[in-house]
Design a protein around this ligand. Sequence first.
Ligand code: ZN
Length: 149
Amino acid sequence: MEFISHMHLALEEARAAAGRGEVPVGAVVISPTGEVVGRAGNRTRELSDPTAHAEILAMRMACAAAGSERLPGHDLYVTLEPCPMCASAISQARIARLYYGAADPKSGGVAQGPRVFAHPQCHHVPEVYDGIGASEAERMLKDFFAARR
Ligand SMILES: [Zn+2]
């Protein structure tokens, strides 16, 4: 099967999040049949919820659609390296493949920091592909934080 990246949809969600005054991170979940079953941007401020990261919200939508707390065979695209909380949730949801954009040296939990998927307590490790659409994701984050200073 031909690989079709859905990162452009995650970048759209990140842009929309910036427009709401949220940190510009977006995520989409793709079902095993290739459908978009979850898409979200950060909404931590809007929802007054520190767990309302794009990945969590997109997985909640996908789980509701699947009627299950697990998403085997699903792919998750996110514009920024997941934090430890989201990485753990991705593992618990049994996401098959994780595609992320920019690296996050400050708060990332996949390639740096706690490296959640490399920990022996991590029972499900997705395939991980990094750097997808990274330059646009980075630019959005830089612009966002520059504007707030
Ligand atoms: Zn997160």
